[in-house]
Design a protein around this ligand. Sequence first.
Ligand SMILES: [Zn+2]
Length: 229
Amino acid sequence: MTNVPSWQDTSYGSKVRVARWLVEVVGEGNLFTKTAMREAFPGVAQIDRRMRDLREAGWVIDTNREDPILNSNEHRFVAEGEPVWLPGRGKARPKSTLTATQRSETMRSDSYLCRSCGVGAGESFESGPGTAQLEIARRQVKLADGSTETQLVTECNRCRVGNRGSEADLTELLRRVDTLGPVERKALAQWMEADHRTYSILEKLWGTYRSLPADARGAVKQAVCGESQ
Ligand SMILES: [Zn+2]
């Protein structure tokens, strides 16, 4: 490739150099520590900030906020963004930062809950350490007319990592809704109205049955399925 500077080329600015350092030294998908980064750029002021500035150019660099596996000194270089070393590139794209209004509107519409796992801000996760932080994620949504648009959704710091890059397909979802019988469709409508899943008598019975000891399950199964089962 031409016009790609080395990270050690001090004729470039520190944002370009830290971008090249990530690509050449760290490598996409790998962890690095703040300590290692500072050691690579001795005497460069605010190298942390220059590294964070890359996010505005589409670079994905996780902290322990996005990825709870990381400790507070670690980052993960998830994905390369725009080639900030090319002339005229690397300026922040105007639409890349959400406004305070967009953030608060999205949180309010989503009832201040992670739409993937249902956790609220500051609540403990069901498993593992840490408490949830709610963030706004961009989700590609394929609309019923076939076009795709970016919509905003509230997710916790865990789910956001897992859902990165996923796309919602409304055409497929609506096609599957169409296959539901009237009883299922009515149940789904009730959950949607309540924005909460309620359990039918069938599911409650199943839940109780499933947790029984084997002998007790056998007795119930015989009563329901009959001797021939
Ligand atoms: Zn979540």
